[in-house]
Design a binder for this molecule. Structure first.
Ligand code: HEM
Length: 412
């Protein structure tokens, strides 16, 4: 084994052991990093330590809505350290928008915006409805019991994003397989073995998209790759930028939306009176989207790096200091959302949640994710009004992406 590999393996083991030890000693941020099934008590422990708290791991942490909002809009914060280094345990891709600061970020974001423009996205509604009905037909044809995640939730975002980006039907299964291998990257702290299989899957993705890009060059269609290829030809976008974008969008758009669908249905089934309200008035599906994004968001936390010393909430973050913004905690800030732990689709709030972040990295796929989840809730509730849980759920064990791995249901 190469000595650098041995070193990396040892570093990862050291980090895991440290997190376990500090969690046992009561550090709430270490508890969060251990990805408990229910992280919300740890978020409240962080809140109890003040607007901003420094974990013995060295990271500053906040669950304060106002402070988080302020940081996300403050140009003195970015996502990279001065030497370009990024923090490995966070959702990150080299050259993807999420891992870049301006001006590079601004350019890539601008080029991607037309693909995810809300008006273009709205055109997919009919297709999304058809997909949902077809999935439910398939489920019903097979019997009463099914797993929401594998039989339903995964398929909608995968199909929509596949069309949007331009992944040919015949490559979708291969793409899906490679995506599953890359997912640990979104799931936070990875083991050495996982890091290696992620590398192999990224190489596989690069090969796949290189081929698709060549196909689209010969035969352009109505998709993102075809729309971006002229930018490559005129020299304003490089292939080294286009390929990570092709890989990142489907991943960012699938693993998150899948869990918005799952988390919302779980919350509704745990609150049958609210399920009935939506069954009687399907227009409330939009409120289910909003309240799920607040109460149990698929992306729980992200981070920023101070580019210079910044005074914040009574402490000074040094240059390169790292701040974890616990969006799921900020979404339950009692200063902003009264009775925050209660799931309530009738909640009226003037404040935005941080489920899609804020400022320059605000999620570009937010309109798409919202309408996909809305269509999914509407269709499920109207076609299966008697839906109920048919066994224990299994969570996916990540401190970043919150969602279910297994969600057994019975249609009647
Ligand atoms: C419920 C579903 C989704 C959630 C909760 C979500 C959440 C987020 C969050 C929190 C960020 C910003 C992280 C940060 O500030 O560091 C983000 C960025 C991003 N998301 Fe989403 N997302 C979702 C769906 C989607 C979809 C469907 C797409 C695309 C098809 C997408 C594309 C992106 C992109 C491109 C960025 C990077 C924006 C930038 O860096 O400027 N997301 N998302």
């Amino acid at each position: 084994m190469e000595s650098s590999e041995r070193q990396l393996r040892a570093q990862m083991r050291f980090f895991h052991d440290l997190v376990r030890k500090l969690a046992a000693q009561g550090d709430p941020y270490a508890k969060v990093l251990s990805a408990p099934d229910n992280p919300y008590p740890a978020y409240e422990e962080i809140r109890a330590r003040g607007r901003i708290y420094r974990s013995p791991l060295g990271t500053w942490v906040t669950t304060d809505h106002e402070l988080a909002n302020q940081v996300l809009r403050d140009r003195r914060f970015g996502v990279r350290k001065a030497d370009g280094e990024k923090v490995p345990e966070f959702m990150n891709f080299d050259n993807s928008m999420l891992g870049l600061d301006p001006p590079h970020h601004t350019r890539l974001r601008r080029m991607t915006m037309p693909t995810l423009n809300p008006r273009i996205v709205e055109r997919w509604r009919g297709r999304a409805e058809k997909i949902c009905h077809r999935l439910i037909d398939d489920i019903m044809a097979k019997g009463d019991r099914f797993d929401l995640m594998t039989a339903f939730a995964h398929h909608l975002p995968t199909a929509v994003i596949g069309d949007l980006v331009g992944i040919p039907e015949e490559d979708r299964e291969h793409f899906h397989h490679l995506s599953r291998e890359i997912v640990p990257l979104l799931d936070g702290v990875v083991t050495y073995e996982k890091a290696r299989s992620v590398d192999a899957a990224i190489a596989g993705m690069t090969e796949l998209f290189t081929r698709i890009v060549e196909q689209r060059r010969v035969e352009p269609r109505e998709d993102m790759i075809s729309r971006m290829l002229p930018l490559v030809d005129e020299g304003s976008l490089s292939m080294d930028e286009l390929l990570p974008l092709c890989m990142f969008l489907p991943l960012a758009g699938t693993e998150t939306t899948v869990n918005l669908i799952g988390n919302g249905i779980l919350a509704l089934l745990r609150h049958p009176e609210q399920w009935r309200m939506v069954a009687e008035n399907p227009d409330l599906a939009e409120s289910v989207v909003n309240e799920t994004l607040r109460h149990d968001p698929p992306v729980q936390t992200y981070r920023r790096i101070a580019h210079e010393p910044v005074e914040l909430g009574g402490v000074v973050l040094p240059a390169d200091g790292e701040l974890a913004i616990v969006a799921a905690g900020a979404n339950r800030d009692p200063q902003v959302f009264p009775d925050p732990a209660r799931f309530d689709i009738t909640r009226v709030s003037r404040n935005d949640t941080l489920a899609f972040s804020a400022g320059i990295h605000y999620c570009l796929g937010a309109p798409l994710a919202r309408f996909e989840a809305e269509v999914a809730y509407r269709t499920l509730i109207s076609r299966m009004p008697g839906l109920r849980q048919a066994g224990p759920v299994r969570r996916r064990g990540s401190f970043i992406i919150r969602g279910l791995r297994e969600f057994p249901l019975s249609a009647t």
